[in-house]
Each structure stands twice: as C-alpha cells, then as structure tokens.
Design a protein around this ligand. Structure first.
Ligand code: 13P
Length: 257
C-alpha cells in the first residue's frame, strides 16, 4: 500500500557536524536536489540542536526541504536543565521530531513511558512526530519481531491514541537495531513483513486513519539499496544515518528511483 502523502527521505545527522559543516552540507544538498528530487518526495534534515538555526537559514528558499529535531523534552517550559522544549524547536523552524530512536532507548535508557509522553506532547504541540521502533538481533533470533514491534507501537502510541491524532502528523520508522550503522541492511522480505505488521497494528489502533500513517525504513540505507527499498509495499520513506552525512550519498538516496 502506498499512502497519498509524499515519500519522506529523512537524514538523521546524530551527534555529527559543526556549525560550518552543517551549513555546507545543507547548502550542497539544496543545490544538488533543486531539480533532481522526484515530485512525490520531501526531504527532512535532522541536524544536532546546535546547527538547527543555521540549517534553517540555509534551507529558507529550498523547496520541499523540512527541518526536524532528534529529541526534545515533553514540557512547555520549566526547570529541566539541559533539555529543549518543542516550542523552542518550532521557533527555529522545526516541523518534525523523532522519538524512540534505538540509540535513545539503548544508550540513554529511554523507556516506552517517556517515549509515549514525547509522542503525545509533540503532536499536541503541533510537531509531526516520527516514532522509531525495531527489534534487537537477539529478539529476531528468538522469533519475537512481531511481538516487539507491536509492543513498542502500542506502548509508544498509548497517550497519542487518546489525543485524536491526525494521521498525517504521525510517522513510524522501522529501524532494526542490528541494521543501524552496521552496513547490514534488512532483506526486502524482512522489511515487507515488518512493515505489514506495523500497518496492521496501526489500522487496528486508528481504523481507516492507520492506512495513512507513513512507515519509514531505517538501517544502513545507502545509494545502492535505496531504490529497491523505496519501491516495497508499505514503505513510505527512509530514515538515513551514516549516508546522510555526505551530500553526494544523501542526494543519491533522495533521488533514487
Ligand atoms: P545508519 O543509516 O547509519 O544505519 O543509521 C540509521 C539510523 O539510525 C537513522 O536514524
């Protein structure tokens, strides 16, 4: 199933890029993709917090480029040392944000409860939220992929479900933990079956609206595998890490057909 919304090509820059490097990358991407981005696609850049303002400036005239944050704290404002609120991100031009990335779950110890609060708070604040889910290698070997994905979806969306979500403002990213940063991309059959489980669960949760929620794949997406992934059923975009850090590789992924 392909949704009517545009395919999203998202670049998660993680904890990379100084200000000058970020500006250069955003400028080059806008330049490279000015006339090469297929009409049915949008590009989302997710720089580190420190580069958001500069990248927003670089993208101000770029068509179909969006800006997002990798994280935030789910509160309007307050005594939360070191944290950033959604409205501060929106102030810088962000329209999108991630929640539940595997590095935040596994390195920073974020729980499904906090992730659920972030998804609901971000949506209510007017951000388009991308909830990341995915199984570890051990869970895959134990045949628990479906169980893990359903569980992370149900728990991650618990609070959002009650908040009358417009499906266009929510995306899910399937990122198998074992495929992130390893060069080991999931097989098309693995992506197809995982995305089918996600679609079915979304339809159970949101009825007809579940069919309109974008499902992205992430995990070692590169220029040479992007086209084959993007044409799969229920794949409505990709979330790219390593290959989004260079303008030539990310532009090639964004333009891949
Ligand atoms: P890689 O593309 O480097 O595997 O990273 C994927 C990812 O974590 C995107 O959020």
């Amino acid at each position: 199933m392909k949704t009517n919304v545009k395919t999203l090509i998202a670049g998660n820059w993680k904890m990379y890029k100084t200000l000058a490097q970020a500006e250069k990358l955003a400028d080059r991407l806008a330049d490279r993709l000015a006339d090469k981005l297929p009409a049915d696609r949008e590009v989302l850049l997710l720089p580190p917090f420190t580069a958001l303002g500069a990248v927003a400036f670089s993208l101000k005239d770029a068509n179909r480029f969006l800006l997002g944050a990798q994280n935030f704290y789910p509160a309007q404002e307050g005594a939360f040392t070191g944290e950033i609120a959604p409205f501060m991100l929106q102030d810088l031009g962000c329209t999108h944000a991630l929640a539940g990335h595997s590095e935040r779950r596994h390195v920073l110890g974020e729980t499904d409860g906090l992730i659920s609060r972030k998804v609901a708070f971000g949506l209510q604040a007017g951000l388009h939220m991308i909830l990341c889910i995915g199984e570890t290698l051990d869970q895959r070997k134990q045949g628990k992929v479906e169980h893990v994905l359903k569980g992370q979806l149900l728990l991650g969306l618990t609070e959002a479900k009650d908040a009358a979500v417009a499906p266009e403002t929510l995306s899910i990213a399937y990122e198998p933990v074992w495929a992130i940063g390893t060069g080991e991309v999931a097989k098309p059959s693995d992506i197809l079956s995982a995305h089918a489980v996600i679609r079915k669960t979304l339809e159970e949760m949101f009825l007809d609206c579940g069919g309109k929620i974008r499902i992205l794949y992430g995990g070692s997406v590169k220029p040479d595998n992007a086209a084959a992934i993007l044409c799969l059923d229920n794949v409505n975009g990709v979330l790219v890490g390593g290959a989004s850090l260079q303008d030539d590789s990310f532009a090639a992924i964004a333009a891949a057909v």
